[in-house]
Write a protein that binds this ligand. Structure first.
Ligand code: URA
Length: 217
């Protein structure tokens, strides 16, 4: 029988047992656990206060995030900032990251167009997100879109049916999924965009309860 090629090691193999958070971030910068590093500018690790009470998890960095090395700084990030502001939540109080840490894209003319990460790429990258969750220990996790929701809550999770509801998960006492801000940017008309933005703000407003509850010692 032909010998199977060894699978690419996942990021888990790169994380020393007693690593400090900063060390993990530095190791992630050289991650080659899947093929996405080949066409991306850099690893885009999460950002925010290490003990933030709320963690946002998106899908993967986009074109601007890939160049800046920071999550949610492009169009979707600006929409997220606006929605947080209208929900009365300061971005300074939350930790923001993605399931996949390298930008996956396809060329279209001179542009780099977002391409969806596959299950193998998501799985290979999960140890970085798990490490972020272990260190930040958020009271609440907000999944932005289906990729994040299904990576953290299971493949059968449907954002359309279960959005905006806190559920207990292995990641935090409160986990919620809502739409990805890019979905609002892609709304077919102004009226839909306005309505979807308001629903998004309503979901994010629920974070205020978490931030206003005294933190456990
Ligand atoms: N979309 C995401 O899911 N994450 C980012 O950081 C930017 C866009």
């Amino acid at each position: 029988m032909a010998e199977r090629k060894p699978a690419l090691s996942t990021a888990a193999a790169l994380i020393p047992e007693k690593a400090a958070f900063q060390q993990i971030r530095e190791i992630a910068a050289g991650c080659q656990a899947c093929d996405l590093y080949r066409n991306a500018t850099q690893t885009v690790f999460g950002e925010g206060k290490l003990r933030a009470r709320v963690m946002f998890v998106g899908e993967q960095p986009g074109h601007e995030e890939d160049l800046a090395g920071k999550p949610f700084v492009g169009p979707a990030g600006r929409l997220l900032d606006k929605a947080l502001d209208r929900a009365g939540v300061s971005r300074d109080l939350v930790y923001v990251t993605n399931v996949v840490k390298h930008f996956k894209w396809e060329p279209r003319g001179k542009r780099r167009i977002h391409a969806k990460p596959n299950a193998g790429q998501i799985q290979a990258c999960m140890p970085w997100l798990q490490a972020e969750l272990r260190f930040v220990k958020p009271d609440a996790v907000v999944c932005l879109g289906a990729t994040a929701a299904q990576a953290l809550l299971g493949r059968s999770f449907r954002v359309t049916q279960q959005r905006g509801k806190w559920i207990e998960s292995q990641w935090s006492a409160k986990t919620m999924a809502t739409v990805h801000p890019s979905a609002i940017l892609r709304a077919p008309d102004e009226e839909t965009r306005r309505r979807e933005m308001q629903r998004f703000i309503d979901d994010l407003t629920k974070i205020r309860d978490v931030l206003e509850t005294p933190q456990a010692a």
